[in-house]
Design a protein around this ligand. Structure first.
Ligand SMILES: C[S@@+](CC[C@H](N)C(=O)[O-])C[C@H]1O[C@@H](n2cnc3c(N)ncnc32)[C@H](O)[C@@H]1O
Length: 250
């Protein structure tokens, strides 16, 4: 049985927002629920309109093709699930999983066909049933990376693939300061001003804090390997956009 010391949390306790793991879960779900109707607007502004295109091309680069069965974990409003649905077509299937009811409600309104409430680290899905598992910018919100990757291994078919998108902390001090100013001050400020939502403003501050405190790439890759995944790699673009890939042994 796994003990607390085996757990790999994606970041330490962020005491500005919550005191312990139990409260973290409630706070995170509450923040996403309250900000769900602002989320697509925020990512559009934050990425200067390129967020959707980037996610779609990342899916194609990872080998997503017509007819595949995809599980999109931490699906949110469906920003990854929707292009995946188009790529896999009517012969394929995309199941969107998320613990936030608010995010899933938006996802369904926007056209996501199958939405299931659940956590990445405890997937309510059958073994060996998906060709690809995707996760866009949700890794920082799970309880334990080991459990997450064990679950991915379980639900993937033999030879199935994983694509995980994340924003990573830049290495240089200047890059870090610039990105922090943009993501912790500019994006939350604009969100508050235009959307008039203090919840969405807080979510975006939290978003940055989890990026800044996130465990480094080698820790994430080692957790994937420990779970039994193979061909684990991370492609980095512009020093911040990380595409983690791996697969289940065939
Ligand atoms: C920043 S949003 C990402 C949405 C979308 N995938 C994208 O690419 O923009 C993070 C999502 O992860 C979800 N989430 C939080 N904790 C999670 C967990 N333990 N397992 C799966 N998803 C989780 C949140 O509810 C939220 O919808």
């Amino acid at each position: 049985m796994k003990s607390e010391k085996d757990r790999i949390a994606p970041h330490p306790v962020l005491s500005t927002y919550y005191v312990d793991e139990k409260e973290r879960r409630q706070r995170v779900d509450g923040m996403f629920d309250a900000s769900a109707k602002h989320y697509d607007w925020i990512i559009n502004v934050m990425s200067f309109g390129s967020g959707r295109h980037y996610r779609r091309t990342a899916l194609l680069r990872a080998g997503l093709a017509p007819g595949m069965k995809v599980l999109d974990v931490g699906a949110g409003t469906g920003v990854v699930s929707l292009p995946a649905q188009i790529i896999v077509g009517n012969e394929g299937l995309v199941v969107a999983v998320d613990p936030s009811r608010g995010m899933l409600t938006e996802a369904t309104k926007l056209g996501v066909k199958q939405a299931v409430m659940g956590l990445g680290e405890r997937l309510p899905l059958e073994d060996n049933s998906f060709d690809m598992v995707t996760m866009g910018y949700a890794l920082r919100h799970v309880d334990d990376l080991r459990m997450l990757f064990s679950e991915y291994l379980r639900v993937l078919k033999p030879g199935g693939k994983i694509l995980l998108l994340e924003i990573s902390r830049p290495k240089g001090k200047l890059g870090l300061a610039a990105l922090k100013f943009y993501m912790k001050t500019v994006v939350p400020g604009i969100t508050r001003l235009v959307r008039r939502s203090s919840d969405a403003q807080e979510l975006m501050r939290y978003y940055w804090d989890t990026i800044e405190q996130c465990v480094p790439r080698p820790t994430i890759l080692a957790a994937m390997e420990d779970a039994g995944l193979e061909q684990c790699e991370c492609l980095l673009a512009m020093g911040i956009f990380s595409e983690y890939r791996s697969s289940k042994p065939g």
